[in-house]
Write a protein that binds this ligand. Structure first.
Ligand code: S3P
Length: 175
């Protein structure tokens, strides 16, 4: 059992590029610690009543980013849970400040080549539609890496999810 209060944190949040495994690891951590797992994109989809793809298509990226700020700030205030934040959330200063306040952030780091392989057939990522996906991923990563690298813990998630779970839980259990 994780004693968040003792560690001076409200929750754990996962950050990283799309396709880096935030939902897989988030679910696993939730199961492991027997606490709730929340995905910011899922909440946005539920509230707006449309898929992320449709939100981008029907309302535009700025609408999505504003909504993302509102939801992430609200989620980051919650206690005793694992939160996965959409890949682009770290570009927003207010969200970065909310993360720093009382969350323990974990960056799941994955090589661009591997991200590309995981995402090349995905139709769920509006930012990768009708563009050279590899170049787009590189461009986005270049812009975001300094923010991702500010996380409390950085873990390579290129291959084995069990290995990643071991690293994270070891770190958290003894933190
Ligand atoms: C985005 C990542 C997506 C989703 C949206 C934009 C991004 O979330 O929020 O498509 O800007 O990187 P995941 O990181 O969960 O795929």
């Amino acid at each position: 059992m994780l004693n968040f209060e003792k560690k001076g944190i409200n929750n754990i949040c996962l950050v990283g590029m799309m396709g880096c495994g935030k939902s897989i690891i988030g679910h696993e951590l939730g199961k492991y610690y027997k606490i709730k797992y929340i995905d910011s994109d899922k909440i946005i989809e539920e509230e707006v009543g449309e898929s992320i793809n449709d939100i981008f298509k029907n309302h535009g990226e700025i609408f999505f980013r504003n909504y993302e700020e509102k939801i992430c700030k609200k989620l980051l205030n919650k206690k005793n849970c694992i939160i996965s934040l959409g890949g682009g959330s770290v570009e927003n200063l207010n969200i970065r400040n909310a993360i720093k306040k009382k969350s323990y952030s974990i960056y799941l780091k994955v090589d661009i080549g591997i991200l590309y392989k995981r995402l090349k057939n995905s139709i769920k990522r509006p930012l990768l539609k009708n563009v050279n996906k590899k170049l787009k991923l590189e461009e986005i990563y270049t812009r975001r890496k300094e923010f991702y690298n500010n996380a409390n813990l950085i873990v390579d998630n290129n291959y084995d999810k069990n290995q990643v779970m071991k690293i994270i839980t070891n770190k958290l259990n003894f933190k």
